[in-house]
Ligand binder design. Structure first.
Ligand code: SF4
Length: 275
């Protein structure tokens, strides 16, 4: 028999909402026990026998994943590792750029990544600058290792919306990439330029179009990204606007979800120092 949040609250907990477990209510505590594996023994009003009996049932449902809160980043990382684990590192340089270097008798793949260099050995990823990578970053890096084809950029640029099968992800790109950049650098082009150059961006003129300023980044050697930025114009009533452009070959190198993660990482790195 499984124990739901309601079962725990109704049948097991004292329902006094005393707060001694660190949670404001018994139902909040029950939620953490069921979804996040918090120990029932944190409630001092349960007998050892009750804790032991319920813990046996809870362990069974945790093992089955029943009602457990999914760690989406961990799931995505496990999937990306599995994908990349079938790849032969000897193919990486020809497919992705970068180089394979023998270090202490083992091949280590060095892959340029924005202004940094990744050092990848047996799917363990480190950076030259020793800046730690987020789990979502590791996901799109591993997906690039697994998927990255041999095509080189053609110089034909497309907005995210023009890439195939992006409909369900357009909102993510706008909400978590373009809008934060627009907001952070509205009326502050100098700061945007400083941050973009720090990330290895170069000022883009050829494909800037009507933008006030544009930068080209190399996320990976074969994955260039252009950031277009139009500053706010109070007189005309325009708010600042940012837009990412991708080479038409980007989907040979990353799946659509990973393209969004990459955009989010670019936005995070640009914006973080302004907050
Ligand atoms: S310590 Fe026990 S009784 Fe008090 S709020 Fe937490 S779960 Fe409820």
């Amino acid at each position: 028999m499984a124990l739901s949040v309601v079962d725990l609250y109704r049948d097991i907990l004292p329902k006094t909402n005393c707060g001694e477990c660190g949670h404001p209510t018994c139902i909040a505590f029950a939620g953490q026990v069921v979804a996040d594996g918090l120990s029932l023994s944190e409630c001092p009003y349960l007998s050892a026998e009750t804790v032991e009996r319920c813990t046996v049932e809870l362990k069974e449902q945790y093992a089955k994943g029943k009602w457990v809160r999914r760690d989406m980043a961990e799931d995505a990382l496990a999937w990306a590792r599995e994908r990349a684990s079938n790849m032969d590192p000897a193919t990486f340089p020809a497919r992705l750029g970068g180089e394979l270097i023998m270090e202490e008798g083992r091949p280590v793949f060095h892959l340029p990544y924005f202004a940094d260099t990744l050092r990848i050995r047996e799917l363990a990823i480190a950076t030259r600058t020793e800046i730690p990578l987020t789990r979502w970053e590791q996901v799109f890096i591993l997906n690039h290792l697994a998927q990255g084809g041999t095509t080189s950029p053609t110089g034909k640029w497309k907005g995210f919306i023009e890439l195939p099968n992006t409909t369900s992800k357009i909102k993510n790109m706008v909400d978590s990439v373009e809008n934060p950049i627009s907001k952070a650098f509205s009326d502050n082009l100098l700061l945007l330029k400083e941050r973009a150059l720090d990330l290895g961006g170069i000022v883009e003129t050829e494909h800037a179009g009507s933008a006030d300023i544009a930068f080209r980044f190399f996320a990976f050697p074969k994955v260039p990204v252009i950031l277009l930025f139009w500053d706010a114009d109070v007189d005309e009533g325009f708010e600042a606007k940012a837009k990412l452009m991708f080479d038409e070959t980007v989907t040979d190198h990353l799946d659509i979800e990973s393209i969004v993660f990459l955009g989010e990482e670019l936005a995070r790195r640009l914006v973080e120092s302004t907050s």
